[in-house]
Each structure stands twice: as structure tokens, then as C-alpha cells.
Design a protein around this ligand. Structure first.
Ligand code: HEC
Length: 251
């Protein structure tokens, strides 16, 4: 019985492919989750490359299932006809109905392919609540501390370095914490943004920085802080009332 052997082989390979598909799917979900393509690799392959392998395995599996169905074709035709209450009549050839089935399946797959191709859309940039910081301002050294620089600290740093928590003993709303340092270089060197550790921290260049991820700011934000430092890092008294900003703790 050569047929049965063929089916056994096909099913064994299909089972192996199924396991490989689950394994690569696992890799794509857990060790290399979405967003890690540029930063991580597993056994020399990136997330993208594992995704390609996953895709080809799934195609192989699909092909094997098709082969499996073909090998069972006679049986399928007979059973379907029985279901429909018709005895297998010699008039409709199994080859013809097989062909029709394959055609119908291909049409559905082609429709699916077309729908997915034309359904892909650009994701609109999220609209920020406040206008984003403007680079030209930073380029022309026109930044002012309370309206341009401090809001960046307030938004990105205050939860961990403010009145409620003072991680590392550093408070982002306390002037002297930027300029005075007993043990090492002060965070801000007025007039010298390149030599200011604050800029290294915000641009992710500070060696051994804990939680570098929460400290990295955007290029525009860094440019504003750097422009402020280069212009002398003035920290004037806070203007009386600023709409939209919370009063800060004084110490
Ligand atoms: C999610 C919490 C969190 C946020 C937000 C955060 N930090 Fe930090 N910060 C930390 C932690 C954690 C450390 C390291 C503490 C340690 O090593 O003991 C740290 C350390 C620091 C230090 C000390 C660095 C050193 O070398 O000792 C500075 C300065 C600092 N942060 C500035 C900032 C600034 C500026 C921002 C805003 C851009 C910011 N942090 C935002 C958690 C945070």
C-alpha cells in the first residue's frame, strides 16, 4: 500500500512543521517581542528574520495540507456525495470537482490578498495636546527657561525627581541641584552644553546610567536644553502665574 505510506510521510512532515511554527511563533512573541528588531537577536537572527522563517514554514504547512487533501481526494468526493444523498455517479469526474475546489480556494485566497494589500494604511501621527517644541527656536538660542525648558523637565522628570519622589536625591525643580555638586562635575556647565552631564544623560550617552530608557529625550527637546545651557543657563525667579502649570514645591 504505497498510498498509505505517502500519507504517513506527509503527515509526519506536517506535524514537524507545525511544531516549528509554534516554536518560531513563540520566539516572535516572547524572546523577541514587537519593537525589538533593531536591538535584539536570537542565535544570530533578528526578529525580522525569524518572522520570515515563520512565514515560509506556514506556507510549507499549507502546501503539505494541500498534498494531503489531494491524496485523499477520491475519498472526499465520495463522502461529500454521500452526505448530499447522491451515490457516486460516474458522470462528474473527481478530477473536475477537484479542479473546481482548487479554483474556488484560489479565488478566496486572491480576494484575501487583495483586501489586505489595499487595506494597509499609514498610522496618523498622534496629535499632541500641546504644540511640540520648535527646533528653530533652539537653533537661534531664543529659548526661555520657564516657557521652553522647564516644561520639558516637568513633564519628563518630575514624577521621579520632584516633590513626591527624589530618586538619587535629585530634584528637577530645585535650582541648586543642577549647578552645585560637591562630589563630581555639576549637571549643568553654563555656556558648555557639550561638557554638561545633563546633556549626556538626556541623549543616552552617559555611561552606566541607570534606566537610560526613561532619561532619553527627543532630539528637539535636547536641542532646547542645550541651547539654554549654551546661552548661560539662566534660571530666573519663576513668573507669578503661569496658566497650565502646577505650582512647584519650594525648598
Ligand atoms: C521613571 C523614573 C525616572 C524618571 C521619569 C527620570 N528619572 Fe532620573 N533617575 C531615575 C533612576 C532610577 C535613577 C538612578 C538612581 C540610582 O542609580 O540610584 C535616576 C538618576 C538620575 C540622576 C542622577 C544620575 C547619576 O549619575 O547619579 C539624574 C541627574 C537624573 N536622574 C535626572 C533626570 C532627568 C533630567 C529626568 C528627566 C528627563 C529624569 N531623571 C527622569 C529615575 C527616573
Amino acid at each position: 500500500m504505497k498510498r498509505i505510506l505517502d500519507n504517513l510521510h506527509v503527515d509526519l512532515i506536517a506535524a514537524a512543521l507545525m511544531v516549528a511554527m509554534v516554536a518560531t511563533g513563540y520566539i516572535l512573541r516572547f524572546p523577541l517581542p514587537p519593537g525589538t528588531n533593531k536591538s535584539l537577536s536570537l542565535w544570530g537572527l533578528t526578529r525580522h528574520q525569524w518572522g520570515t522563517i515563520h512565514f515560509w514554514i506556514s506556507l510549507g504547512l499549507l502546501a503539505l495540507v494541500a498534498v494531503h487533501v489531494c491524496l485523499h481526494w477520491q475519498w472526499i468526493v465520495v463522502s461529500v456525495k454521500r452526505r448530499l444523498g447522491r451515490t457516486a455517479s460516474p458522470s462528474a469526474s473527481p478530477v473536475r470537482s477537484g479542479l473546481m475546489t482548487v479554483l474556488a480556494l484560489s479565488a478566496v485566497l486572491a480576494l484575501f490578498g487583495w483586501a489586505t494589500q489595499s487595506g494597509v494604511k499609514m498610522i496618523a501621527e498622534p496629535v499632541p495636546d500641546e504644540p511640540p517644541p520648535q527646533t528653530p527656536k533652539a537653533e537661534h538660542n531664543e529659548v526661555t527657561f520657564w516657557s521652553d525648558v522647564y516644561p520639558i523637565f516637568e513633564r519628563s522628570c518630575l514624577p521621579c525627581h520632584g516633590p513626591h519622589r527624589q530618586v538619587s536625591g535629585f530634584r528637577v525643580d530645585r535650582r541648586e541641584d543642577y549647578f552645585d555638586s560637591t562630589s563630581r562635575v555639576a549637571l549643568v556647565q553654563p555656556g558648555n552644553s557639550n561638557g554638561s552631564p545633563l546633556i549626556s544623560i538626556l541623549s543616552g550617552k552617559q555611561a552606566g546610567m541607570a534606566r537610560a530608557d526613561v532619561h532619553r529625550l527627543t532630539e528637539d527637546q535636547i536641542a532646547i536644553v542645550a541651547a539654554w545651557i549654551d546661552a548661560g543657563a539662566e534660571w530666573p525667579d519663576r513668573p507669578e502665574k503661569q496658566p497650565g502649570t502646577k505650582p512647584i514645591g519650594t525648598e
